[in-house]
Design a protein around this ligand. Structure first.
Ligand SMILES: [Zn+2]
Length: 199
């Protein structure tokens, strides 16, 4: 009996390390850094990895449904269209984007409208009208510029809002890579200004 236990243990350790070994190459070093950053900011664990139908990379807390994934593609399509209108050429592929879907830290805004948002450290918004006591509620947040990455909250309805958030967070990334001057002017909303930036 004792011998069998030991054997089972060795087998299970072997299986676990084998699975880990198989998993490791699928995730690049850059992605691991991104996942850690998203985890640090949201306190969520992004255990699900998938892609949208058009090829954007997704990390999420729960398996996103097709409405979520299609809404993300729609937001990126809107972003790429307005970027092309402005003669921008860089980072206009779906696969250029890595998008994190976090848990919502609230479901409704102050006016009781459906508004799944994430709570993030106040930083430059400290003391502003957005400050909730050390944190602010954000519809989305840019995580990285290389690769282009941002995070927003899970939605169960109002998928047009998902498309808008994707397009709006994407604006900062497209501007960073195509029009640094306008990027610098519009990146910090605590000094006023919102979305859409690109017309
Ligand atoms: Zn913004």
């Amino acid at each position: 009996m004792k011998k069998l236990d030991v054997l089972l243990h060795i087998i299970s350790v072997f299986v676990i390390s084998f699975v880990f070994f198989q998993d490791a190459p699928a995730q690049s070093g850059a992605d691991r850094v991104l996942i850690n950053e998203a985890n640090r900011i949201t306190n969520d664990n992004f255990t699900v990895s998938t892609q949208t139908p058009k090829g954007a990379h997704i990390y999420s807390v729960n398996q996103p449904n097709s409405q979520m994934l299609n809404a993300i593609d729609k937001g990126l399509a809107d972003l790429f269209a307005v970027a092309q209108k402005n003669k921008y050429q860089k980072r206009l592929n779906y696969s250029d984007y890595t998008i994190f879907i976090a848990k919502a830290d609230r479901d409704k805004d102050i006016n009781k409208n459906y508004s799944p948002d994430i709570a993030v450290g106040a930083a430059q918004y400290k003391g502003s009208v957005y400050d909730q006591g050390g944190f602010v509620y954000a519809a989305g947040m840019v995580l990285a510029y290389n690769p282009c990455a941002f995070v927003f909250a899970e939605h169960t309805k109002d998928f047009q809002r998902v498309s808008n958030v994707v397009r709006f967070e994407g604006e900062h990334l497209v501007l960073y890579h195509n029009d640094r001057k306008l990027y610098n002017k519009t990146a910090d909303h605590s000094r006023g200004g919102g979305h859409p930036i690109l017309k």
